[in-house]
Design a protein around this ligand. Structure first.
Ligand code: NAP
Ligand code: ZN
Length: 350
């Protein structure tokens, strides 16, 4: 079936309206009418081919929420009308050791991303949530139990939420732990909310003086403007865990210096250009670690959504019409969004 979408034909071209094909639901598929789609910095990196390897036309979007409009004959856990979400994954091998542990994002045979992933469906690569409808295997569909009027603000949980939740849980953010969140953008503002809700002493690091009060309102116990060396030095050697969401290359030593013995700096930002090499001695002398983390598995994503619904947590959003997407990318590039753009997919019909 043909549906309207928004995407780019080349790295240096603006996004534009295009028609795409969606497969009819197979026996295990769920067809979703997309209501809203969040705008992740990964969308921008991919559309502009900042990481290389983008397949065009590129229709981004992996923070998808909407309603089930059809199900395949073997689907038992979803029915027409259900409110659901789809994040960064739409398929994985389902039989490797990582998939068996519910860590589909680390599928040893390669997961299929919601966009820019290889698929048998036309045109041979996946097309994401900047579209009216999507058909997804039921194993990769999430249940949403937030109130219907919160739906647009739930969309960013499908990437920004899970990408911060998974490392916070893995490194045991909670009571008695001092946790830093670096970069108060789409991911970072969710990281602050979630670390706070998990009971950690939460410290927000921002380059933007104008986000100081906001970070406190989001749940930070303290805010550090990272350009201020004195403010940084006051926290040397005190953090159990620091989650770094910054989308640009920068000096990591400024953060490893703040870790306690055995502390971890976890990177989730994927900058276009590499970070300068970290100072190894700063790691060796206090057995500190620099780690990475990739989104989260399906079961863990459901756990995060349920936790957020139970604790009244959603994203702070600015709703846009899809026609404003290039301007939204430019503003995101300048860190000028509080704190996530979300597309009203009804605007695709315009
Ligand atoms: P975003 O909304 O643009 O937020 C990034 C934040 O980083 C900005 O708001 C800004 O916060 C800070 N920042 C930007 N440029 C900076 C610079 N030059 N120096 C220091 N700080 C800077 O982006 P996002 O959607 O949260 O995504 C962040 C990164 O994570 C992207 O690279 C994205 O591709 C990646 N990502 C990774 C995963 C994963 O699974 N690992 C998943 C999703 C996204 P302040 O104004 O507070 O300084
Ligand atoms: Zn994302």
């Amino acid at each position: 079936m043909t549906v309207k979408a928004y995407g780019a034909y080349a790295a240096d071209k603006p996004l534009e309206s295009l028609d795409i094909e969606r497969r009819a639901p197979g026996p295990h598929d769920v067809q979703i009418d997309i209501a809203y789609c969040g705008v992740c910095h990964s969308d921008l990196h991919t559309v502009r081919s900042e990481w290389g390897g983008t397949i065009y036309p590129c229709v981004p979007g992996h923070e998808i929420v909407g309603h089930v409009s059809a199900v395949g004959e073997h689907v038992t856990n979803f029915k027409v009308g259900d409110t659901v979400g789809v994040g960064c994954l739409v398929d994985s091998c389902q039989h490797c050791a990582s998939c068996a542990e519910g860590l589909e994002q680390f599928c040893e045979n390669g997961f299929t991303g919601t966009y820019n992933g290889v698929t048998p469906d036309a045109p041979g690569h996946t097309l994401g949530g900047y579209s009216q409808r999507i058909t997804v295997s039921d194993k990769f569909v999430l249940k949403i139990t937030h109130a219907e009027e919160q739906l647009a603000a739930v969309a960013p949980l499908l990437c920004a939420g899970i990408t911060t939740w998974s490392p916070l849980r893995h490194w045991n953010a909670g009571p008695g732990k001092k946790v830093g969140i670096v970069g108060i953008g789409g991911l970072g503002h969710m990281g602050v909310k979630l670390a706070h809700a998990l009971g950690a002493h939460t410290v927000a690091f921002t380059t933007s003086e104008g986000k100081r009060q906001d970070a406190l309102d989001l749940g930070a116990d303290e805010v550090i403007v990272s350009r201020n060396a004195d403010e940084m030095a006051a926290h040397a050697g005190t953090f159990d865990f620091i989650l770094n969401t910054v989308a640009a290359s920068h000096d990591l030593d400024a953060y490893t210096a703040l870790l306690k013995r055995d502390g971890t700096l976890c990177l989730v930002g994927v900058p276009e250009h590499p970070h300068p090499s970290p100072d190894v001695s700063a790691l060796i002398f206090k057995r500190k670690a620099i780690a990475g983390s990739l989104i989260g598995g399906i079961a863990e994503t459901q756990e995060m959504l349920d936790f957020c619904a139970a604790n009244g947590i959603v994203s702070e959003i600015e709703m846009i019409q899809v026609q404003a997407i290039d301007e939204a990318y430019d503003r995101m590039q300048r860190s000028d969004v509080k704190y996530r753009f979300v597309i009203d997919n009804a605007s695709l019909a315009a």
